[in-house]
Design a protein around this ligand. Structure first.
Ligand code: SAM
Length: 371
């Protein structure tokens, strides 16, 4: 389906319902979605009906199509990766305002924000459903990150005996088992991938454990008890969210007062420095130095090819995580930005990732307490 938030059109738009357009009112504007093969029909409609001085854009699969109704007629642009300076300038001219980027402009509209987030979740869910087996147990406790000190060294979880624990993005269930082995009494896990949860359920059963496993995006409202858990945690999971603040708010609601939230993720510098997104690997210069390939301030979503498929991620600043935690009512007890001792001590014939990890952290981990 293609999607548009429509302004500058009268109620003649409702005639399109008979062609399979789904149309809802939003005050004097409309939200519409239509099948891909109706794109030409939509463009014809816009050419004929859009008021002068307005533009319409619609989200196609891999691009956004902009149609500007100008004195000199319709100007049509196809925009890829939300980047086109000419289109940005035209939008600024027509709305008589300054815009940071087309992506920001679109994501500030509630309808596009939802459509874009749903698409990201769906792409990532497809990837995880199709590739779950390749990741069986790879990003799980005691591992917290890449070339990163483990839980055995950091003891962030402390004594989990008798604790009620919830894992966000529990994947193949290995971290749940790790906690069960250490005496946690109640295990809950959520994940967007049904295939991951099937693996988790089988793995836990084989080991004599069971857990409440819920297949859902972490961003959604779920049937999870509130003010209930001693520890909520996420190992390389929470950064997949399309709504960081909403996810942290939800996590805070699941925890008891003074409950602990522990999560690890790619360090923000990892994808900014010495990294090729297209090749999905670390790249060092011939003299071993690292260069910035991407701005630290750029939090926009990007596609990354993985195993003949793709995922969609964004690279949030450390302050974005910290401020979202504070807004959700957490106090940070510990933040770890470290490379493990073995890597720091390694010399000679070492991999590019190890060389990089000796200069910047590849992962970070935060332990926070709900106030
Ligand atoms: C790197 S894996 C980490 C898994 C886990 N630590 C393990 O031991 O397998 C990331 C997980 O996040 C899940 N995921 C991705 N986006 C999600 C979302 N929006 N909501 C919930 N789970 C999500 C994936 O299905 C995948 O299982």
């Amino acid at each position: 389906m293609y999607y548009s938030y429509v302004m500058g059109i009268d109620d003649s738009i409702l005639e399109l319902k008979k062609y399979g357009f789904v149309i809802e009112n939003d005050n004097e504007n409309y939200t519409i979605s239509f099948p891909k093969d109706k794109a030409m029909l939509w463009e014809e409609f816009i050419v004929n009906k859009l008021e002068l001085g307005y533009w319409n854009e619609y989200l196609a699969d891999d691009k956004v199509v902009f149609l500007f109704q100008l004195e000199e007629g319709i100007e049509r642009y196809e925009v890829f990766d939300f980047k086109n300076d000419e289109v940005l300038a035209l939008c600024e001219k027509l709305c008589e305002c300054k815009m940071e980027s087309l992506e920001k402009m679109l994501s500030e509209n509630w309808y596009y924000k939802k459509v874009m987030a749903d698409r990201i979740k769906s792409t990532n869910q497809t990837y995880w459903n199709e590739h779950a087996d390749l990741w069986f147990g790879t990003t799980a406790l005691p591992t917290l990150g890449v070339l990163f000190p483990t839980e055995e060294e950091l003891h962030l979880f402390g004594d989990v005996t008798g604790k009620r624990m919830l894992e966000i993005c529990c994947g193949s269930g290995h971290s749940l088992k790790y906690n069960a082995d250490r005496g946690a009494t109640e295990l809950w896990g959520i994940d967007i991938s049904q295939k991951q949860l099937e693996n988790a359920s089988a793995y836990l059963n084989e080991n004599g454990y069971s857990a409440n496993l819920i297949c859902s995006p972490m961003e959604a409202d779920m049937d999870i008890p509130k003010e209930y858990f001693d520890i909520v945690y996420s190992i390389y999971g929470v950064g997949w969210t399309t709504d960081l603040q909403g996810t942290f708010d939800k996590i805070a609601s699941y925890l008891k007062k003074d409950g602990i939230f522990i999560f690890s993720w790619h360090h923000t510098l990892n994808y900014c420095v010495g990294w090729s997104c297209d090749e999905r690997k670390d790249v060092l210069e011939s003299d071993g130095s690292l260069i910035f390939h991407k701005s630290y301030f750029d939090e926009s979503y990007f596609n990354m090819p993985v195993h003949d498929s793709k995922i969609v991620l964004c690279n949030r600043k450390i302050s974005t995580y910290i401020n979202a935690l504070a807004n959700a009512g957490f106090v940070i007890e510990q933040m770890i930005e470290q490379t493990d001792d073995a890597t720091m001590a390694a010399e000679g014939n070492i991999t590019d990732k190890e060389k990089k990890a000796k200069m910047v952290p590849i992962s970070f981990c935060i332990k926070a307490r709900k106030l």
